[in-house]
Design a protein around this ligand. Structure first.
Ligand SMILES: [Zn+2]
Ligand SMILES: [Zn+2]
Length: 253
C-alpha cells in the first residue's frame, strides 16, 4: 500500500479522465490520495471529490500563488468547507519567492493569517516553500499549532533537521528520480524513514521515466523505489512506513 500525500486531482488537467487516473492509482497500489485545493473554487472541487471517491481525502487552503485574490469572505468559506468529513489538512500555504505570482508582502501576511486559521481549525498544515527557506522557517518558529508536512521539500539536510526539530514531516517528490538530485538524496539519507512522506504533486513534477508528461498518483511508486534504494530498504517497507506516517500526520484511521 502506498499513499500519494500531495496531488491536485481537482485541477482541470484531470477533467478528461479523472476516474481512470484514480483507478490506475489503485491498480498501482496507491490506495489513498490527498488532493490539495489551491484556490477557493478548487478547494470546493477537492471536497466534492472526497465524496465521490473512497480513496480521496482533501486538504484546503489558498496557495501562495493565489493569495492575492483572498477577500473578506474567503476565510469564512474555508471554515465552512473544513467541516467536511474527509478534510484532513490545511494547505498548501507558505511562500513562493521563485515565481512571485502574488507580491511578497501579501504572501507573508496571508501566510500568517492562514497559519492562525489552521490552528483555529486544529488541522495539520501542508507547507509550500520555494526559494523562501529562511522566511518560511522564521514564520513557522513563531507559530504554535499542529505541525504537518513540508511538501516538495527543496532545502538541504541542515534545513531538514530544523524542520524535524519543529515536529514536521518531510515529503519527497518525484524530483528524487532525476539525475541531478544529490541534495535531495542527502536529505532522504539523513531524515529517519519514520519522518518521510511520498508525493507526486500531480499534474506537476513528473518523475523519471515519464518526465515531460502529465504526472499522476500511480507514479508515486517511482519515488518510493528510489527512496528504498537510497535507504537500503525494501520497497514494501518504504510503502508501509511512509503510508503509516501519512496517516499519523493527517489523522486518518
Ligand atoms: Zn506546492
Ligand atoms: Zn502542490
Amino acid at each position: 500500500m502506498l499513499i500519494d500525500s500531495h496531488a491536485h486531482l481537482e485541477m482541470e488537467d484531470f477533467d478528461r479522465d479523472r476516474s481512470e487516473v484514480i483507478r490506475r492509482a489503485g491498480q498501482a497500489g496507491v490506495d489513498l490520495i490527498i488532493t490539495v485545493g489551491t484556490t477557493l473554487n478548487d478547494c470546493g472541487k477537492a471536497v466534492s471529490l472526497t465524496r465521490q471517491y473512497e480513496a480521496v481525502y482533501a486538504a484546503i487552503g489558498i496557495h501562495p500563488h493565489e493569495v492575492k485574490d483572498i477577500d473578506e469572505k474567503s476565510y469564512d468559506n474555508i471554515k465552512e468547507m473544513a467541516n467536511a468529513d474527509k478534510v484532513v489538512a490545511y494547505g498548501e500555504i507558505g511562500l513562493d519567492f521563485f515565481r512571485n505570482l502574488s507580491p511578497r508582502d501579501i504572501q507573508i501576511r496571508r501566510f500568517g493569517e492562514q497559519l492562525e486559521l489552521a490552528s483555529e481549525l486544529e488541522l495539520p498544515i501542508i507547507i509550500h516553500d520555494r526559494e523562501a527557506h529562511k522566511e518560511t522557517l522564521d514564520m513557522l518558529r513563531s507559530w504554535k499549532g499542529k505541525p504537518g508536512v513540508i511538501h516538495c521539500f527543496s532545502g538541504d539536510d541542515r534545513m531538514a533537521h530544523k524542520c524535524l526539530d519543529m515536529g514536521f514531516y518531510i515529503s519527497i517528490p518525484g524530483a528524487i528520480t532525476f539525475g541531478k538530485s544529490e541534495r535531495l538524496q542527502e536529505v532522504v539519507r539523513q531524515v529517519p524513514i519514520a519522518r518521510l512522506l511520498l508525493e507526486t504533486d500531480a499534474p506537476y513534477l513528473t518523475p523519471h521515466p515519464y518526465r515531460g508528461k502529465r504526472n499522476e498518483p500511480a507514479y508515486v511508486i517511482h519515488t518510493a523505489r528510489k527512496v528504498a534504494e537510497i535507504k537500503n530498504l525494501s520497497l514494501e517497507d518504504v510503502a508501509i512506513i511512509t503510508s503509516r506516517n501519512s496517516k499519523i500526520v493527517f489523522g486518518i484511521a
